[in-house]
Design a protein around this ligand. Structure first.
Ligand code: SF4
Length: 92
């Protein structure tokens, strides 16, 4: 079974207007920041038309990979969603 099929079973509750991850403002992204567009399993990071990295954190799996690469005092600001929001894993 493909991992995408399993990810599809998760549910994500969006906390409107309160994204739990943000990318710090930058003119040119660092190598690590660019890497997030490849390594995030939920494909939350993308390049915009000015070649800056943006995030849409809906669907984030809270795996922490981006925080290891670019946090806590690096290119992103990462916190867990507040209680009740975020990913709801389905096991089994
Ligand atoms: Fe992607 Fe994981 Fe970072 Fe969420 S915590 S944005 S799933 S790398």
């Amino acid at each position: 079974r493909r991992v995408e099929d399993k990810l599809y079973q998760n549910r994500y509750l969006v906390d409107p207007g309160r994204p739990h991850i943000s990318v710090r403002k930058h003119l040119f992204p660092s190598q690590n920041l660019i890497a997030l567009t490849q390594v995030c399993p939920a494909k939350c990071y993308q390049l915009n038309d000015r070649r800056q990295v943006i995030i849409v954190s809906d669907g984030c799996l809270e795996c922490g990979t981006c925080n290891v690469l670019c946090g806590p005092d690096g290119d992103i600001k990462w916190t867990y969603p507040q209680g009740g929001f975020g990913v709801l894993f389905k096991f089994g």
